[in-house]
Write a protein that binds this ligand. Structure first.
Ligand SMILES: [Zn+2]
Length: 275
């Protein structure tokens, strides 16, 4: 076995989080060509998220692999959280395989900002100093996600090209932001979905390029933390608010054969099994 083959035999994971995305509505609108293409050629599971259908608890469950009973995040304030008992996906990957390189980029501060109420994604200063981990932190709550999502994607594409992290998480919130303002039947929700779809395409293309040049294997996984009501807003128990999904699309590797239906707290385990 050649050295270069052994270096590229491992599958790299990119988890993309799109906050507040009603996937089927996005696809039916015709404004999400990339998501439609990936959805049609992937492992796919519908997923039902726990109550309350709020970003904080839902992303924390999706990113740590444990439920609210363990991580204790029940709202977006993160008061009395127990994140100490709930290492994130990237931290768990590092514990499993100390040699790997991880990366996260997000504009919602609780997920990633060491100076905010979380962060769910551990900062791992020592790993950052040795190049094993890097984070791209922006504040979309202050600056708006239309701008911040683009900055997040630009840095993620740079990271894919320059460091090709073994496990990464990249997060977009513009669709959720627009859904709250305009509802999810028509209007800016779909403009935001169209923008994010383009950003997903940029990352997909960067990965295709690495596979073409270097024969790397990648798994692109996409999910959301909750849906939205027609008039905009979430938090309740309606099927549309609780609806999530998992798309898992292999590049240079088969789409995974995970169980037909997976729960939010099971995603991390499936992702780690792929590493
Ligand atoms: Zn959310």
């Amino acid at each position: 076995m050649s050295y270069s083959f052994s270096m590229t035999s491992q599958t790299k994971i990119l988890l993309i989080g799109i906050d507040g995305l009603i996937l089927q509505r996005a696809i039916d609108s015709g404004r999400a060509a990339t998501l439609a293409t990936l959805r049609a050629d992937s492992y796919f599971s519908e997923m039902v998220v726990d109550m309350p259908t709020v970003s904080g608890p839902s992303w924390t469950t999706l990113l740590t692999g444990v439920t609210q009973q363990v991580h204790k995040v029940i709202d977006n304030d993160y008061g009395n959280h127990n994140l100490a008992a709930a290492p994130d996906l990237l931290t768990q990957a590092r514990m499993l395989k100390p040699e790997i390189v991880t990366y996260a980029a997000a504009g919602w501060p609780p997920l990633i900002d060491p100076n905010d109420v979380g962060p769910v994604i551990r900062t791992r200063v020592a790993d950052q100093s040795t190049g094993k981990h890097s984070i791209f932190v922006r504040d979309g709550e202050t600056n708006g996600y239309e701008t911040v999502d683009v900055e997040v994607a630009q840095d993620a594409v740079r990271a894919i090209r320059e460091i090709a992290p073994d496990a990464s998480f990249v997060y977009f919130c513009g669709a959720d932001e627009a859904g709250h303002l305009d509802g999810t039947i028509e209007g800016s929700y779909f403009d935001a979905i169209n923008r994010i779809d383009g950003l997903v395409a940029q990352m997909h293309h960067a990965i295709l390029e690495r596979h073409r040049m270097l024969k790397e294997k990648w798994l692109i996984v996409i999910t959301t933390d909750h849906g939205h009501r027609d008039e905009g807003g979430h938090g309740g128990d309606s099927p549309q608010e609780r609806a999530s999904f998992v798309i898992a699309h292999g590049v240079g590797v088969q789409h995974p054969s995970w169980p037909a239906q997976i729960k939010p707290e099971e995603l991390v385990g499936h992702l780690l099994s792929t590493l």
